[in-house]
Design a protein around this ligand. Structure first.
Ligand code: NDP
Length: 491
């Protein structure tokens, strides 16, 4: 940080042991305001670099991140508790997005000419994309580099400067990102980090930023959106999910069991696009349950996945398991005693009533519900019967696309899970309580710009409309032309 922070500190912890890793100064309102003001001073020069200049800077950042992949992997692992391999994969995917945004911003956002229509055919109409200015990014702890970089990379490539507030559980990752960018930055204040608890995030939303991109819970997202609405600034909300999996009768059961288990339990289930609910048609239900349970028994908390990064999540997971058990759910694996002091053993629940918390609310733990359905239509209907709409996974050899087309969510994987997050050219985001706006892909670049229309006369047209000197002839000409163009009834 290049400004004086408050004297108040907070600590980052190793969730495996509870040990304090490092103390950080909390950024108070005046600090956040100053960082945002500094970021604004850098916008003109950052935009003046153009797409090509920014491409070079951002690709140099890619290079620094790549060279230090082991270090950043270890750091993510120490703050989140996830295995180093998973942390390194996460960082690698973030680098892929940064490179894509850097290389494609110029192409996606370049100005283009649009047809002006018959009435205005003498005008040249050009639509360009302008960066918003300063973008505030509020990040989560579950993927502390991959998720925020989905906003940071695209916002920077589009010509914005960025102020990032990492989660209080992963401040060192945020600090590392800031330092690594500073090592290649052509001048200061292009990318800055403010640190603190939720209150610092709130300070960022009330500061003089031009847009907020938030990832986290739906509850906090609504507070952020309300603050942004009061300031009349746009916001991207990437919230949680209760992602369904649909297994059809013609699914490859072995592959489905293997991939769905990873989707549900990797990263200790703390994945917004991870599987939480399975709807499997009766004819293959026994085979699927037998297979996934057999595979899940081999998982070792502490090796296959880490502890709950946020200790309070353990209470949420316990409450969902207890509620399902009290409503009559059966356990294929685990029990109401599977939640430990830091780690959660894998839990697979069967025949879980649809009004259970484990079905209605985001659990964010290594748990999975599996319910049988009589038909695929019933599976689709139950998959959609949720306030969330982030992602879904469909398993079928023949009807995957037909099923996918009926799902109310932002992303669907057919015979696969989660892989869309690693494809930089496709948008990422949800509907309903999972949020709105998109990161990644061309949509992610456009999200951090606004369209600007510029029109100019190509040549002088003898009949003028936008003047008090408009003639009777011009009025008649418009009427005749509009009748000619639009009076026909289409059968
Ligand atoms: P939050 O939504 O509270 O936190 C997300 C981010 O917002 C963090 O950086 C947080 O800071 C910040 N924040 C908190 N309060 C405010 C505020 N009033 N204004 C602006 N920013 C704020 O989520 P939690 O970390 O508490 O997790 C709660 C639940 O949310 C989880 O159990 C999970 O279900 C879901 N979640 C979903 C994620 C996803 O990927 N979609 C990611 C994380 C959580 P700080 O961390 O310092 O409090």
């Amino acid at each position: 940080m290049n400004v004086t922070d408050s004297l108040v500190t907070f600590a980052s912890h190793n969730p495996k042991t509870g040990e304090v890793l490092k103390d950080f100064h909390t950024s108070d309102q005046s600090t956040v305001d100053r960082v945002v003001a500094d970021a604004r001073t850098a916008t003109t020069a950052w935009q003046a670099l153009g797409y090509e200049g920014r491409r070079k800077v951002l690709l140099n950042w890619c290079s620094v991140l790549t060279e230090n992949l082991n270090e950043i992997g270890a750091l993510i692992s120490s703050e989140t508790g996830k295995p180093v391999g998973d942390a390194t994969l996460e960082a690698s995917l973030a680098i892929g997005h940064l490179a894509w945004a850097a290389k494609n911003a110029g192409r996606v956002l370049k100005s283009h000419v649009r047809p002006s229509g018959i009435l205005m055919f003498n005008m040249k109409s050009v639509v360009g994309r302008s960066p918003m200015g300063v973008v505030g990014v509020i990040g989560p702890w579950n993927y502390p580099i991959f998720t925020p970089m989905g906003s940071i990379s695209y916002a920077l490539a589009a010509g914005n400067t960025v102020v990032f507030k990492p989660s209080q559980f992963t401040p060192a990752v945020g600090e590392w990102l800031e330092h690594s960018f500073a090592s290649i930055a052509p001048f200061p204040h292009i990318f800055s980090v403010v640190q603190g608890l939720g209150e610092t995030g709130q300070f960022l939303t009330t500061s003089n930023v031009d847009k907020i991109s938030f990832t986290g819970s739906t509850r906090t997202a609504k507070l952020v959106a309300a603050t942004c609405a009061a300031r009349m600034i746009p916001v991207v909300l990437e919230c949680g999910g209760k992602d369904p999996v649909i297994i059809a009768g013609d699914a490859d059961i072995d592959k489905a069991a293997e991939y769905v288990l990873w989707s549900a339990m990797s990263n200790a289930g703390q994945t917004c696009i991870g599987a939480e609910r399975v709807y499997v048609v009766e004819e293959v239900a026994d085979a699927f349950i037998e297979k996934i349970t057999r595979l899940a028994k081999k998982l070792e908390p502490g090796k296959s996945y880490g502890p709950a990064t946020m200790p309070s999540q353990l209470g949420v997971i316990q409450s969902h398991i207890d509620d399902a058990a009290s409503k009559g759910a059966k356990f294929a694996l685990g029990s109401t005693h599977s939640v430990g002091e830091r780690y959660v053993e894998p839990v697979i629940m069967l025949d879980v009533p649809e009004d259970s918390l484990a079905i209605t609310d985001e659990t964010f733990g290594p748990t999975l519900t599996i319910n049988r359905t009589a038909t695929i239509e019933e599976a689709i209907s139950l998959a959609n019967a949720t306030r969330y709409g982030l992602a879904a996974s469909v398993w079928s050899k023949r009807t995957g696309h037909h099923i996918a087309s009926q799902l109310q969510c932002g992303m669907v994987s057919i015979n696969s899970v989660i892989a869309f997050a690693a494809i930089a050219s496709v948008p990422f985001g949800g509907v309903k309580d999972s949020g709105y706006g998109r990161i990644h892909g061309p949509e992610g670049l456009m999200e951090f710009t606004y369209p600007r229309t510029v029109i100019s006369p190509r040549f002088k047209f003898p009949i003028e409309f936008t003047t008090f000197a408009r003639t009777k002839f011009a009025d008649n000409f418009i009427k005749t032309l509009i009748k000619f163009l639009h009076s026909k009834v289409v059968g």
